[in-house]
Design a protein around this ligand. Structure first.
Ligand code: FAD
Ligand code: UDP
Length: 366
């Protein structure tokens, strides 16, 4: 008899299992994939930890979360500083004095602020109604057209006028020479990759990979007291209220017979005509010196039922549908839903950890 069946060996499921085991609970973790780790899984290719489901950089401002994750692995001091390429010109990201200097030849924050303010004034936007208006009223026309519009339309497969403004609020705007993509106090990459963290969390716990919940449960329901489900919530209910939508990504990964391809872990291609959004060169996350290198091009793609879900699309239609599924979920006595698929939420890894802390406190009455 298991106290907990945990569906999904991603960060949410693995951390929950670890915490439950620590409290003396007997757990079994199942995952339909052939490996543990969910989307933070790293595969070793040519001695390089390849982020198989997209580049992952850990960042947080919460000391408790940082102390927690670093108790499972040593982290390096990697700082994400992506470069953007637009029509053969290179620009630093996020939008900062290095970007403005390259765009307009300016040297001081006052000069950059004036150019942006003049561009914003020309537009006359008072209440931004969509992503385009939000971006234009934050950074003006030049930054929007060269660094935001093409990338965003590729990423989301729709016009910036049809996208919600909040997507862009994540991007910092700074008037200092600082290429750090994140504003968080703590940042880094686990030395040796993310999978090791998950292995450590799952130490001593029974794990079945290549095991789909909907098959497994048919013969095993009687052996399980409670279930944590971190797969898609709509699938759990056989899509009876409708299908929640995602945006998918196709990764084309190549091994190149050279030491250094692009000189940076992340290079964004911000023009619409280039079909991929970015190229990741994985070795640079860990300052690798291997003789070969591995790169992944990311091609955003339409998602249909059955494809790998990556980005939730939190527009009104999907948020309302999720709220309806949530009502069903709240009535469950012995099933908890968690993680980015179970909660239909764009969770960064630090937010997953925060959510598990909360769930554990609730579940174990602490
Ligand atoms: P997942 O990792 O998706 O785990 C869910 C698991 O459930 C999967 O392994 C799946 O196979 C399994 N499962 C589903 N259905 C079933 C079933 N029926 N039976 C059995 N198993 C099932 N966060 C950051 O902090 N920094 C970043 O730089 C960052 N970059 C990202 C880049 C991309 C492209 C994406 C998509 C996400 C990124 N994230 C990043 C977010 C990060 O990936 C998530 O926070 C984290 O992986 C979520 O963990 P999870 O356990 O909720 O979900
Ligand atoms: N974005 C952009 N230009 C860039 C990078 C990002 O316009 O060069 C926008 C885009 O809309 C994207 C959002 O900012 O969806 C968030 O970017 P981030 O890099 O945080 O996304 P993620 O790593 O989650 O894909």
């Amino acid at each position: 008899m298991y106290d907990y069946l945990i569906v999904g060996a991603g960060l949410y499921g693995a951390m929950f299992a670890y915490e439950a085991k620590k409290r003396g609970k007997k757990c079994i973790v199942i995952d339909k994939r052939s490996h543990i780790g969910g989307n933070i899984y790293c595969e070793n290719i040519e001695g390089i930890n390849v982020h198989k489901y997209g580049a992952h950089i850990f960042h947080t401002s919460d000391k408790k979360i940082w102390d927690y994750i670093t108790s499972f692995a040593d982290f390096n001091n990697y700082i994400n500083s992506p470069v953007a390429i637009y029509k053969d010109e290179l620009y630093n990201l996020p939008f900062n004095m290095n970007t403005f200097s390259k765009l307009w030849g300016v040297k001081t924050p006052a000069e950059a602020r004036k150019i942006i303010a003049d561009q914003i004034a020309d537009l006359g936007i008072t209440e931004p109604k969509n992503l385009e208006e939000q971006a234009l009223s934050l950074v003006g026309k030049d930054v929007y057209e060269k660094l935001i519009k093409g990338y965003t339309e590729k990423q989301w497969g729709r016009d910036c006028k049809d996208l919600p403004a909040f997507i862009i609020k994540r991007l910092p705007l700074r008037f200092i020479f600082d290429n750090n993509y994140f504003n968080d106090r703590y940042q880094g990459i686990p030395i040796g990759g993310y999978t090791k963290i998950i292995e450590k969390m799952l130490e001593g716990i029974e794990v079945l990979t290549d095991t789909d919940y909907f098959d497994w449960i048919k013969d095993n329901a009687q052996n399980v007291k409670r279930t944590l489900f971190t797969g898609p919530i709509d699938q759990f209910y056989d899509y009876r209220l409708g299908v929640l939508e995602y945006r998918s990504v196709r990764f084309e990964t190549e091994v190149l017979d050279m030491e250094n391809y692009q000189g940076n872990a992340v290079v964004n291609y911000t023009e619409r005509e280039v079909p991929y959004t970015r190229i990741i060169e994985h070795k640079h996350f860990e300052y690798g010196k291997q003789p070969k290198t591995v790169i992944s091009r990311e091609y955003p793609s339409e998602w249909k039922k059955g494809d790998e879900p990556y980005y939730t699309i939190n527009d009104d239609r999907n948020n309302n549908l999720y709220a309806e599924y949530r009502k069903l979920a709240d009535k469950e006595e012995n099933v908890i839903f968690g993680g980015r698929l179970g909660n239909y939420k764009y969770y960064d890894m630090d937010k997953v950890i925060a959510a598990v802390f909360d769930e554990v406190a609730k579940e174990f009455g602490e």
